[in-house]
Design a protein around this ligand. Structure first.
Ligand code: PGA
Length: 258
């Protein structure tokens, strides 16, 4: 049984004070939230991780904490980077790796994503590894080839035990921040293809337990119909995760409470 996961990717938004305010508001909106129904993870920018961590530890333990990126080395001369050790010291559990914005603007490749995925496991962090095709690749029917390469190379070298924990996020680039969402049926088709690739890489059992999220203009109004699909186990949410009311409505919709 795969527990649905909704991860809010705040990208470069919210100061640490705004982040604390958001967590308090979300806690208020959701009340006695049951993480066994829907796991909620917040991925603030690095500058707000510490503030969100103390707020979660003090009052909102049912929400998980994630980072948006990290370097694969423990320490060293890497100006501007954050290491896995620094994240685990902040009780961070998840780390988004290989987001398309990192791949397009900051030079992440399948190879560096794989180094980061393996470093995450070496430190007990759970990677949310992203994959997805561009609009052009979609038009040229290259979606499957693109995501298969990203999944195979990004997850290369994992043990079955590690693979059993990984989270994969399928985010068609043309749907990110555009208001265009893949239809639940189209997202299901690609995500079921990804599960097939995972079955080929690992065992049936392991692949059947891996959570695969959809990302790209997901909001309270379309989340439930996406997550209702057989292979879609939640979402990686950008824009709609910045508003506590909207994000709470999404959690309730996926939990079947609205
Ligand atoms: P979006 O972003 O929900 O704003 O489309 C999703 C993401 O980039 O993770």
């Amino acid at each position: 049984m795969r527990t649905p996961l909704l991860a809010g990717n705040w990208k470069m938004n919210k100061t640490h004070l705004e982040a604390i305010h958001f967590v308090e508001q979300l806690g208020h909106e959701l009340g006695a939230h049951d993480p066994r129904k829907v796991e909620v993870v917040l991925c603030p920018p690095a500058t707000a991780l510490r503030s969100v961590q103390t707020t979660l530890d003090d009052r909102h333990q049912t929400f998980g904490l994630g980072a948006q990126n990290m370097h694969f080395e423990d320490s060293g001369a890497f100006t501007g980077e954050v290491s896995p050790l620094m994240l685990t010291a902040l009780h961070v559990k998840y780390v988004i790796l290989g987001h398309s914005e990192r791949r397009q603007m900051f030079g992440d490749t399948n190879e560096t994503v794989n180094q980061k995925v393996r470093a995450a496991f070496a430190h007990g962090l759970v990677p949310i590894m992203c994959c997805g095709e561009t609009d052009m690749e979609r038009t040229n029917e290259h979606t499957e080839a693109r995501v298969e390469g990203q999944v195979r190379e990004g997850l290369a070298g994992l043990t079955e035990a590690q693979a059993g924990q990984v989270v994969v996020a399928y985010e068609p680039i043309w749907a990110i921040g555009t208001g265009k969402t893949a239809t639940p049926e189209d997202a299901q088709t690609t995500i079921s293809f990804i599960r097939g690739v995972l079955t080929d890489l690992f065992s049936d059992d392991v692949a059947g337990g891996i959570r695969i999220l959809y990302g790209g203009s997901m909001k309270a109004g379309n989340a439930a119909s996406l997550v209702r699909q057989t292979d879609i186990d939640g979402g990686l949410i950008g824009g709609a995760s910045l508003d506590a009311g909207e994000f709470a409505a999404m959690v309730k919709a996926v939990a079947g409470e609205s």
